[in-house]
Design a binder for this molecule. Sequence first.
Ligand code: PMP
Length: 382
Amino acid sequence: DLAIWQRALRDQFPMIEANPDVAYLDSAATSQKPQSVLDTVITYLTTGNANASRGTYPWANRTTTRIDQARDRLKSFLDDPLPDQSTVQFVSGTTEGLRAVARDWLLPQLRDGDEIMVPFADHNANTMPWVEAASLSGVAVRAIPYDTAYDYDHRRFTVTPRTRLIALTHVHHVYGNDMNVQRLRAVAPGVPICLDAAQSFGHIPISVRDLDVDFVVFSGHKAMALPGTGAIWARNQRGPAYTPAGWQGSPNTSGIISLAAAMDWLEKADLTRIAEWNQALGIRLTEGLAKMPAYEILGCQRSLTSDSLVQQRHGIVTFRHHSIGSNDLGFILAGDGLLVRADGHCQGVQGEKTASVRVSLHVYNTPDEVDRLLDALSRLDH
Ligand code: PMP
């Protein structure tokens, strides 16, 4: 049943279909695109293309309407309980979105003695903008490093009346774990939380109602949509200040339309099932790797039971070989048609000091592909 469901989805990805000998295992970098998203974009560009503006002709008005609809679509996709009070600003991706929250929302309100909680082992895109805002403020603002995987579980995480923001990644892009937003919220009631949802949007359901966060920022290209897309969802009109038409430039019309189509696709495919599928693949890989002494799995103790792995892993597994360099390993695997990422994963501030191999799975991947990878890795397990 699950296999039939997955097969039907997998068949909708032309890049996957056209390359049966290749296992694409790098979806955390960018996802492949389903045919319906591509069709929507081509149809728009061939039958509806115009700039979005308060135009005097139907093409322009229809484009404006579709962008407004995409905004509403995103609010419902995120289970927004108060869509009339929230804002959606389309941006080119997570990096630009987080920078915009830091510069346009956080920076103007920073005062002497304020504090910002920064998850230092996270992606540079979610550390540097906050540190930069603190330094641009011109006053004494402390960017306090914390360890998302450790501190708030062990009560080392403390907020004060001067805490202006907590930056947090939803699913870690190297370790694949869910950073447990709700537990963080419990120890920091009322403090604005900005969620980097680059690896969770389009992978697991996100409910801003349940998570009780203030900003959600993500990239469309990792979630079945075109590159150059993404958004900042902000609660209670906290979004960066309204910019008059023309000041922001022309919107990425076809990109935003692809994002709406991607959300339609994901919802129809069933995001809850997608999340389960990806988790199951991640667990299969983790359990296989844990049996091979030559490999060290990052951020994961070998003694973890399947149960705790289920809670932690979201289709991202990162590891090193004890003697083969990660870049070499990446090339060896690519020679077998196994496409993984091998480098430092943009984790510059307080991340892993040496390169590693990251495998990231999505709904078009299969247990067979995971086994193929495990097979290739076991040949090097010495
Ligand atoms: N945050 C995280 C957690 C990511 O994984 C990525 C992409 N690797 C980014 C931010 C940056 O996303 P983008 O390059 O699409 O702006």
